[in-house]
Design a protein. Structure first.
Length: 248
């Protein structure tokens, strides 16, 4: 983990997808794909660290509206934008949040939200994987706002394509909760009441059990991550180039 966790000033949740053992006895390669919270938070020193690490392309998974809040800046890398969840649909999200809250269990609630979004946005997940596969030579950084949900799902698909076991994918996913703890404390301190604090805790959790369930469901429904992405429109050439980002 020491080699995979990256300290880039301005961001909290940055780590390399390399260094994971694969089911065939190999290992994912360091320096190829990095996951992060929003890189628009990086300081000048943070950008120097990212570029010095070899990052040449960022795949930004945020909503278009989120980009509008970014300060104008000339970025030292190429940026490909894929709004992973399409256009915001407040009513759809309210209904999904209510269903998740009714479960009374963080892992079950998180898995429900992830599976619903995976089913709803298959072509967009395929487009995100294709953006990683077709990025220019050099390191690729995948990010959203917090680097745990949208980024967590895309990272999980990439790791499964590379042959990392579901339990190890889930363990990597679960690390985000610890890295983002300072942000959670700020949100909790600003919450209006106990009900809001409970919701914040629920949507901030990254239980490994949730990702294990999600990957298990993709296995049952589609035959795995590759089958899910094929159903979303990704061709075999795209899947192979995505694998090659993490495996020689």
């Amino acid at each position: 983990m020491r080699d995979r966790a990256l300290d880039w000033d301005g961001c909290l949740n940055v780590r390399d997808l390399g260094g994971h053992a694969t089911e065939d006895g190999g290992e994912t390669l360091l320096g190829r794909v990095v996951r992060a919270d929003s890189i628009r938070q990086l300081t000048e020193a943070g950008w120097e660290a990212a570029v010095g690490y070899g990052v040449r392309t960022a795949v930004d998974l945020r909503f278009h509206e989120e980009l509008d809040d970014d300060p104008p800046a000339e970025l030292p890398i190429a940026v490909v934008h894929v709004s992973l969840f399409g256009d915001p649909d407040p009513e759809w999200w309210r209904e999904l949040d209510a269903k998740a809250a009714s479960l009374g269990d963080q892992a079950a609630a998180t898995a429900l939200v992830y599976l619903e979004t995976l089913e709803q946005h298959g072509p967009r997940f395929a487009a995100a994987i294709e953006a990683v596969a077709d990025a220019d030579p050099g390191g690729v950084l995948v990010h959203c706002a917090g680097g745990k949900d949208r980024t967590g799902l895309v990272s999980a698909l990439l790791l499964r394509l590379a042959g990392v076991a579901p339990e190890d994918v889930a363990a990597d996913y679960a690390l985000s909760e610890g890295f983002l703890a300072p942000r959670l404390e700020e949100w909790l301190a600003a919450a209006a009441d106990d009900e809001e604090r409970e919701r914040i805790r629920r949507i901030s959790a990254t239980p490994a059990a949730a990702m294990v369930k999600v990957l298990g469901q993709l296995e049952q429904r589609y035959g795995g991550a590759a089958g899910y992405l094929r159903a979303g429109g990704a061709g075999e050439d795209v899947l192979e180039r995505a694998r090659a980002r993490l495996r020689d």
